[in-house]
Design a binder for this molecule. Structure first.
Ligand SMILES: C[S@@+](CC[C@H](N)C(=O)[O-])C[C@H]1O[C@@H](n2cnc3c(N)ncnc32)[C@H](O)[C@@H]1O
Length: 264
């Protein structure tokens, strides 16, 4: 698919959009905080942390306002949070409980630059909802793999997935539920006086133009780079937990994936 975007343009749009998202990011994205998604988040964090030593170091790339990072911090691990957006990092720092502050370090910058310049070792490299914001996610993934030593883990969380249409009826119901979910979400945001930023997103979630991220492509890259893929979880995220439950338990549709990998 043709696109007029360049790497610089995607970076610039990500800076601009996330400066606007800022403190209200997670209020605008209840699909990340509803009960259904929270259960998946906690289960994933428990799986990753079950093999970690107490003084382990976690790197959260594109940490935003701390969605994934907080889970590692509250479990006692040391965390480096990197994000392109000064405003998202500031919101994260400002909301971080005082007792967790000594464990956390924050860096503002582009993930690719960081991986080129920083040579520290991390036990876990975690990414939540960042790959689809990158101009060349494959090259970033390869750089991340090169940083993982034996026993280190990679967590890719909450990435949009290319949707496959198997049954037209099921897909129609999936679309109807999505419509209802979005309609209720917009009314709620309106009532709470929270602006939705649709008009601002053009190239910033760049990979969505190609339908999202393909987990089998990610898996192939990781295998090429010598990692073992432990788990790929595909499911349907929705703004509201009940809608996510319906989509997963009744319609059995998918639009999101998580992946755990390690270097042997
Ligand atoms: C959808 S948000 C997800 C934030 C957080 N990880 C979460 O799950 O709530 C994407 C984040 O990636 C950051 N980001 C986008 N492009 C980036 C880049 N090239 N380098 C570092 N961070 C980037 C954005 O600033 C934003 O905070």
């Amino acid at each position: 698919m043709a696109s007029s975007a360049t790497k610089e343009k995607v970076l610039e749009e990500n800076r601009r959009v996330h400066a606007l998202e800022n403190r209200l990011y997670l209020s605008r994205h209840p699909e990340q905080t509803n009960f259904f998604q929270t259960a998946i988040l906690e289960k994933t964090l428990d799986a990753v942390c079950s093999t970690l030593k107490q003084d382990s170091r976690v790197l959260d790339l594109g940490c935003g306002t701390g969605y994934l990072s907080l889970g590692f911090l509250s479990r006692g691990y040391r965390l480096t949070g990197l994000d392109l957006s000064q405003e998202m990092i500031q919101a994260f720092e400002d909301s971080l409980p005082e007792e967790l502050q000594p464990q956390a370090q924050f860096i503002v910058g582009d993930v690719e630059e960081f991986l080129l310049q920083n040579q520290e070792e991390f036990d876990v490299i975690a990414l939540s909802a960042i790959l689809h914001h990158l101009f060349d996610y494959e090259s970033v993934l390869r750089k991340i793999c090169a940083r993982l030593s034996s026993g280190n883990q990679l967590v890719i969380f909450f990435e949009p997935l290319k949707q496959e249409v198997e049954s037209p009826l099921r897909f129609a119901l999936h679309r109807a539920l999505s419509w209802l979910d979005e309609k209720l979400y917009r009314s709620e945001m309106n009532m709470r006086n929270i602006s939705v930023l649709d008009e601002e997103y053009h190239h910033s979630d760049y990979q969505r133009q190609f339908g999202g991220i393909d987990p089998s492509r990610v898996q192939k890259i990781l295998l090429d780079e010598g990692l073992e893929v432990l788990k790929i979880e595909k499911y349907c995220a929705r703004r509201y937990g009940f809608h996510a439950w319906l989509a997963n338990k009744v319609l059995k549709t998918q639009n999101t994936f998580n992946l755990l990998a390690t270097r042997l």
